[in-house]
Design a binder for this molecule. Structure first.
Ligand code: TAP
Length: 475
């Protein structure tokens, strides 16, 4: 059992002022794996005061000093690799291989990238008639979701440290333990007291408190659109800046010269990796009418190669969903899909032999209309839809016929067509033929997928204000 009933405030693990606890459930066993404190407004207030007090010195720290802190965090993160992998498997249900190959390196990648980006970053620029100064935005509140326990908090924390902005982190209460390990790592890296604070608790108390707190200057949130909207409304009261990384319903455009086997594997990996609980997952497959039948056959043939099961068991590709609520939501969408379209593979209920744990069947629907509920709403589970198109213009129109714009994927061979489709999709990140992730590539959404960008130098900019100084003395 993992218990951490303290918050990390002003450089110390500090008793909560409240007595309520939140139980954290292992989604594979449905058992309580640990407890955290349900923080209070008083706890949050203490953390904000500590961050405010840290601000003057932290915001004036040198680039070299920030790089040194980030390097120590990288070393600490690497030293706790095994523990991070295990904890993410237990709290999220990610198979050990996914924790090791996806979650662990993504968390690490952002800290390393911040060092690279900071090395080349200029906080002062001469622009003819004025000097531009980039200065810390102030105290930043970070609210993170459960689906990538270290990725989202790492990109936010790394960028904030690079910018010299003190933070208060509120991790998702479903997956707090990886965040607690990261806090221990930061503690050992020797940041000034108050520069990093972690307050555990519910979204309704701590998340809400961060959004409306008059002494917090900026909120960076990743999660659902509904909560994003609430945060914007609350933040409006104190006119604070808000960055939102929300959901998506990203298209996978399969061009007519694509290798159909590769295209089927790509589509499958989007809903099996992390059990489809990925904001940028490609869950709308757009396929030429002429390729539909062969593509469907390949999906049905290859899907058993991505087995669902105990995330601690070797060979398992797909773990459970994070919680019972998430399981219920996914089931209701599968049931809707059964009325709206043709079930190709998968379906409602638990996979055979897995009565315990929040397991769902990886599911593909076909003959799907782009305006149906399952084609328009983010399901956040192992469910994908196959939609046909007549020509490339039709594919682009359908790809963009969504309120979201987080990501898009293109699979094919002709470089002219690939570039044309990549530049025509209205989304913040496009991946052509499963290209590798570049941690310096900005991440964020068009349309209702969000506001702002994270990762790399664009991520650092979010935690900065710009000041124009006219008549700055030159010596
Ligand atoms: P959210 O409810 O959006 O939770 C994300 C974070 O916001 C958590 O830390 C949560 O705290 C906090 N929060 C909740 N209510 C808040 C409020 N009123 N003010 C400020 N913060 C608040 O997401 P979820 O419940 O974890 O998942 C629900 C759906 O959101 C999913 O089905 C999926 O569609 C979407 N989602 C999207 C993403 C990304 S990356 N775009 C990630 C996760 C989920 P608690 O953990 O304490 O509730």
């Amino acid at each position: 059992m993992r218990n951490q009933l303290k918050h990390y405030i002003n450089g110390e693990w500090t008793e909560s002022t409240g007595s309520e606890v939140i139980e954290v459930i292992n989604p594979a066993t449905e058992e309580v794996m640990g407890k955290i404190s349900s923080g209070t407004e008083e706890d949050l207030d203490k953390a904000v005061k500590a961050a405010r007090a840290a601000f003057p010195a932290f915001s004036r720290s040198t680039k070299e000093q920030r790089i040194e802190w980030l390097e120590k965090i990288v070393q600490g993160y690497e030293a706790r690799k095994e523990e991070l992998i295990e904890v993410m498997t237990d709290e999220l249900g990610a198979p050990l291989s996914v924790s090791e190959e996806v979650h662990y390196p993504m968390g690490l990648g952002h800290f390393k990238q911040a060092i690279d980006s900071l090395s080349d970053f200029s906080f002062t620029e001469e622009r003819g008639g004025h000097t531009l100064l980039k200065e810390s935005i102030g105290v930043s509140g970070l609210i993170t979701p459960w689906n990538f326990p270290t990725n989202q908090l790492s990109t936010k924390i790394a960028s904030a440290i690079a910018a010299g902005s003190p933070v208060i982190l509120k991790p998702a209460s479903k997956t707090p333990f990886a965040a607690i390990i990261v806090a221990e790592i930061i503690d050992e890296a020797g940041l000034p007291a108050g520069a990093f604070n972690l307050v555990n608790g519910s979204g309704s108390v701590i998340g809400n408190g961060i959004s409306s707190h008059p002494d917090i200057d900026f909120v960076s949130f990743t999660g659902s659109g509904g909560v994003g909207e609430t945060i914007m409304q609350k933040a409006a009261e104190t006119k604070k800046k808000v960055a939102l990384e929300l959901g998506g319903k990203s298209p996978v455009v399969v061009l007519d010269d694509a290798n159909v086997e590769e295209a089927a594997k790509t589509a499958i990996s989007h809903i099996t990796k992390n059990t489809g609980q990925v904001c940028s997952a490609g869950t709308r497959v757009l396929i030429p009418e002429s390729m539909k039948e062969e593509f469907e056959q390949k999906v049905v043939e290859f899907l058993p190669n991505y087995p669902v099961g105990d995330p601690r068991k070797e060979g398992v590709a797909t773990g459970p969903l994070v919680s019972e609520d998430q399981w219920e939501t996914v089931q209701s969408y599968i049931e809707k899909g059964e009325n709206e379209a043709k079930l190709l593979v998968g379906g409602a209920g638990k996979p055979e032999g897995l009565p315990t744990g929040y397991y769902a069947k990886p599911t593909f629907f076909t003959d799907v209309s782009n305006d149906s509920v399952i084609a328009q709403e983010e399901i956040f589970g192992p469910v994908s839809v196959i939609i046909t198109y007549s020509d490339v213009e039709d594919a682009i129109e359908k790809a963009n016929d969504t309120k979201y714009g987080l990501a898009g994927y293109v699979v094919g061979q002709d470089p002219v067509q690939l570039s044309y489709v990549a530049s025509s999709i209205r989304a913040g990140r496009i991946v052509v033929n499963n290209a590798e992730t570049d941690f310096n590539g900005p991440f964020g959404g068009y349309k209702e997928s969000g506001i702002g960008r994270e990762w790399g130098d664009f991520g650092i900019e979010e935690y900065l204000e710009v000041k124009s100084v006219h008549g700055m003395p030159t010596s």
